[in-house]
Every structure is written in structure tokens, then in C-alpha cells.
Design a protein around this ligand. Structure first.
Ligand code: NAI
Ligand code: MG
Length: 369
């Protein structure tokens, strides 16, 4: 059995704690003889800055390029607030996304039945919710040039960010969304602001053209991004796959996250293009949440987002979709048993810490296999 190359990048804060739970599950999968792994590990974010003065080293980037899947914890924290912009912790993640061309960020928002009452919305609005936001991740306003703050003669400052999209960038993300929709409910909603942004107009045109050129079996709607934000809160179950740009996707996926309870529940995948020779994609899996400095080091973090990110890796990179489903079911059943970390705890439930939650999911996983 060929070993799958994994790179673990725990990062900072609770990233380290939640990735430890994934390591236990990986060890179990290997010990069972289901898959074999070649596991590398390295520093990223503040941890890398402290050790090497950069947010990720070239050596770690080499390992990332060789990996079948990267499992990433989280980066950042107040102790690095003052470090120069280009070596701040987030720069490590941005470099990975850019150099591996991880242009498609998949963020599922699933409402586990046991948590429907923990949502910010009424149970009937979210019970059974299962949507995916496909966010463009390597273009748009986070990368466009010019990007600068300049001094004006009058003593004031002027800040510029630039939103840039080219046809190929929109086309390839639209294809990911259409293909994903085909194995789901066959519906895509594309969101932009064509009414006030040229890049929004092009987005709309290219998504429409891509749809016509081979995806007409998928139902496509267009919605203005602000209207979509409203609809996401009013009636989220009307959506299936939502495709949008980097900035709107960042915001809308955070909104979607609150529909399902807690940031601590949300996984994500960032995928690159398929290599035509090997059929493999570069891929990075990470929880949506950050390093949570307020609870870091206390064993309180919810490891489910990280574990569900591993499930996505099993599905999209490691060729084990059925194993991914078992892991997702293990999470669902542990929640149904009443176990809760602090972020999702409600009256009458059993409060547990990071390793107890991770251990319970692993035990359930074992019994379901
Ligand atoms: P955050 O996601 O770290 O935390 C927001 C709130 O949610 C906090 O109250 C935190 O305790 C809670 N929370 C998050 N994940 C949780 C979990 N697994 N279990 C229980 N509670 C959880 O976002 P925040 O506070 O805005 O940022 C903190 C640091 O993380 C900053 O330095 C930020 O730049 C960085 N960050 C890094 C990201 C990444 O590595 N991809 C993403 C978002 C933020
Ligand atoms: Mg965000």
C-alpha cells in the first residue's frame, strides 16, 4: 500500500491542541491497516516566526508541495500583533494558498440534528441544513495590486486595495462549484455585486458562460452578495452550493458558520487544480476558526472542526469517502450522546474538554467501523 504523504502544520494557540486529536485518529487508521501515512510536521505562523523570523520557511513550503494533503491548525495571536506585515502569522497561510494555488475553498455549513437548538436561528430554519460555500481563494482584493498606504501632501493617508479577477480564475472556480453541485442537489447560486463592481460584472458573465458550456444540467441562480447575506439568515435551506469571490466568501461563510452553532464545528478544504498526469490535487484542510487566544492552552477547544477537516481530507485527497462518512457519523453520534465542549454547551449536556471530545469521537469511530 503506497503511503500517503501528510504534512501537519499545527501553528499557534488551539491549533496545536486540536491537531493533536487528529494525530490520534491518524494513528488509529494506520494501526488498523486502512491507510498508511508518511507524516511530516513543521512550524507555521507565530511559531515559525519565533523560531525562524518568517511565517513559514522555504523548507516547510517544500514539504507542503510534496504532500498529498496538508492538515493545518490555526495561526496568530496577540503576541505577534506588532511584527512586520509580511512576516505576520497569517502570511504563512497566505503563502501556502498562493504558491500551491489553492484557489477553491470549500466551506460546508451542516447543522447536526443534536445542535439545531444551539443555532442563532430558530430550529426549523436550520434543522437539516447542508450547504457548501465555494469561495475563490487566490485572487480578488486580498491579493490585487496596488495594495498600499501612502502619505498625502495634506498630512492625511490614503489606503488602496485592488480587486482583480481574470476570466480563467472565475471559470475554474465556477467549474468546481458546478461539479460539486452534481453530486449534491444540483443547484448553484453565484454571488457578486455586478451593480457596482466591474469585477462583479465579469464574474457574472464568466459564470454564465461556463454554465452554458457544459453544465446546463445544473440549476444556476445569480444573487447580489448583500441580498444573499440577507437570504442566508432569513431562509438558509433554499441554498445548496454558493460560489463567490474571496472577500464575499470570507464574510458569507462566517455568517453561514453561525447558522450551525459554533466556529468550533466548521471544517474547510482548500483545493488546487487537478494534475492531469496524476489526477491529484494539492490540498490543505483546516478548521475555519483561528487560534482562539482567549482559550488557548487550557484544553477547552472544540476539536470537531479539525476532525471534520480530516474527514474532508479522507474524502477529497485520500480516496476514502466512505471512511470520511463514518468519521462524520461518529461526530454526529457523540453530539447525540450529549457531549459538548464549552462553545456548544447547553443546559443538561455533558461538558468536556478537547481531549475528552477527541477521545469520544475516536472511540465512536472505532465502534462504527
Ligand atoms: P478565533 O476563531 O480564533 O476565535 C473567535 C472566538 O471563537 C473566540 O472566542 C474563540 O474562543 C472561539 N473559538 C474559536 N474556535 C474555537 C474552538 N475550536 N473551540 C471553542 N471555541 C472556539 O478568531 P479571532 O479571535 O478573531 O482570532 C484569533 C487569532 O486567530 C487572530 O490572531 C487571528 O488573526 C487568527 N485567525 C487565524 C485563522 C487561521 O489560522 N486560519 C482564521 C481566523 C483567525
Ligand atoms: Mg474569516
Amino acid at each position: 500500500m503506497a503511503a500517503h504523504k501528510l504534512l501537519l502544520l499545527p501553528g499557534d494557540g488551539i491549533g496545536v491542541e486540536v491537531l493533536a486529536e487528529v494525530r490520534r485518529i491518524l494513528a488509529f487508521i494506520e494501526q488498523k491497516g486502512i491507510l498508511s501515512f508518511e507524516i511530516e510536521e513543521d512550524l507555521v505562523g507565530g511559531a515559525a516566526y519565533d523560531a525562524h523570523g518568517v511565517a513559514i520557511t522555504d523548507a516547510a513550503m517544500q514539504k507542503a508541495k510534496a504532500a498529498d494533503a496538508i492538515l493545518f491548525g490555526a495561526v496568530g495571536g496577540p503576541q505577534w500583533d506588532g511584527v512586520p506585515y509580511d512576516v505576520r502569522p497569517e502570511a504563512g497561510l497566505l503563502r501556502l494558498r498562493k504558491e500551491l494555488e489553492l484557489f477553491a475553498n470549500l466551506r460546508p455549513a451542516i447543522c447536526y440534528p443534536a445542535l439545531a437548538d444551539a443555532s442563532a436561528l430558530k430550529r426549523e430554519l436550520v434543522d437539516g441544513l447542508d450547504i457548501v460555500i465555494v469561495r475563490e481563494l487566490t485572487g480578488g482584493v486580498y491579493f490585487g495590486e496596488p495594495k498600499e498606504i501612502t502619505d498625502l501632501p495634506n498630512g492625511q493617508k490614503r489606503a488602496v486595495d485592488t480587486q482583480v479577477y481574470e476570466t480563467y480564475e472565475i471559470e475554474r472556480i465556477a467549474k468546481v462549484a458546478f461539479e460539486l453541485a452534481r453530486v449534491r442537489s444540483n443547484r448553484v447560486t453565484s454571488a457578486e455585486k455586478r451593480n457596482v463592481m466591474k469585477s462583479g460584472l465579469l464574474w457574472n458573465q464568466v459564470v454564465t458562460a461556463t454554465h452554458k458550456a457544459g453544465y446546463e444540467d445544473v440549476k444556476l441562480d445569480h444573487m447580489l452578495a448583500d441580498a444573499l447575506g440577507m437570504q442566508l439568515v432569513r431562509a438558509p435551506k433554499q441554498f445548496d452550493v454558493i460560489v463567490t469571490d474571496n472577500l464575499f466568501g470570507d464574510i458569507l461563510s462566517d455568517v453561514a458558520s453561525m447558522l450551525t452553532g459554533s466556529l468550533g464545528m466548521l471544517p474547510s478544504a482548500s483545493l488546487g487544480a487537478e494534475d492531469p498526469a496524476t489526477g491529484k490535487r494539492k490540498a490543505l484542510y483546516e478548521p475555519v476558526h483561528g487560534s482562539a487566544p482567549d482559550i488557548a492552552g487550557k484544553g477547552l477547544a472544540n476539536p470537531i472542526a479539525m476532525i471534520a477537516s480530516l474527514a474532508m481530507a479522507l474524502k477529497y485527497s485520500l480516496g476514502k469517502p466512505e471512511l470520511a462518512n463514518v468519521l462524520d457519523r461518529a461526530i454526529s453520534e457523540v453530539l447525540a450522546d450529549g457531549l459538548r465542549t464549552g462553545d456548544i454547551w447547553t443546559e443538561g449536556m455533558t461538558k468536556v474538554g478537547t481531549s475528552e471530545m477527541g477521545g469520544a469521537v475516536l472511540k465512536k469511530f472505532e465502534t462504527l467501523l
